[in-house]
Design a protein around this ligand. Structure first.
Ligand SMILES: [Zn+2]
Length: 203
């Protein structure tokens, strides 16, 4: 499979790493949906159910994480490895699968890109992928999120689907991600104008 690269230098860099991740996951085509839960197993990450971890936390913390604070975090990675060498990842159980896919993909990217969390790294992103926490390294977070998003929605497949007149929602459903993530990919890949034109032309 020959992947096409996006036009911007940054986009090219992220895309090449994302392609590496997809190949590692054993995907052969650019339009095959990537299952981050499967990739996590290859990457030596243990994605724990929130219910498994909850007993280790105080009652007030659990109540906060899935109650008042449920929109304040999307996932977390423990900075220390488990005795068997795996790394523990927790995803916000109140988020739908599409959103969890993006969060998990970001965590996997952190590992593949060799980012080292200084302590418990909590991912705090809004629905459209914007960081909402104060305490983070912007460059590293952008790299991990963008690489993960590119692995989920490769540029060449996205460009082809847009060319065929598919909507953001249809593309999102195909790749099991949120429409916000596809919109993000379309914009950073400079395909937004093409998308708008193809949607209007189709009417
Ligand atoms: Zn991150």
């Amino acid at each position: 499979m020959i992947y096409e690269l996006p036009p911007t230098p940054k986009g090219k860099r992220y895309e090449m790493r994302a392609i590496g991740l997809r190949e590692f996951a054993g995907l052969e085509r650019d339009d095959q949906p990537l299952d981050p839960f499967e990739l996590a197993r290859y990457a030596n990450l243990l994605v724990a159910e929130f219910e498994q971890v909850a007993p280790l936390l105080s009652e007030a913390t659990v109540k906060h994480l899935i109650g008042d604070g449920k929109d304040m975090w999307s996932g977390g990675a423990a900075s220390h490895q488990l005795p068997d060498g795996r790394k523990l990842i927790i995803l916000n159980p109140t988020h739908n699968r599409n959103r969890q896919n993006a969060t998990l993909m970001e965590e996997i990217s952190h590992v593949f890109l060799g980012h080292k969390p200084s302590r418990l790294a909590v991912e705090t992103r809004s629905k459209d992928g914007k960081i909402i926490a104060r305490d983070y390294n912007a460059e590293i977070e952008e790299e991990a999120y963008s690489t993960g998003a590119a692995a989920l929605v490769p540029y060449s497949a996205l460009k082809r689907m847009i060319g065929r007149g598919m909507t953001i929602r249809e593309i999102a459903r195909h790749f099991a991600v949120s429409p916000a993530l596809v919109e993000f990919r379309t914009k950073v890949s400079l395909l937004w104008d093409t998308y708008r034109d193809s949607i209007f032309a189709g009417r």
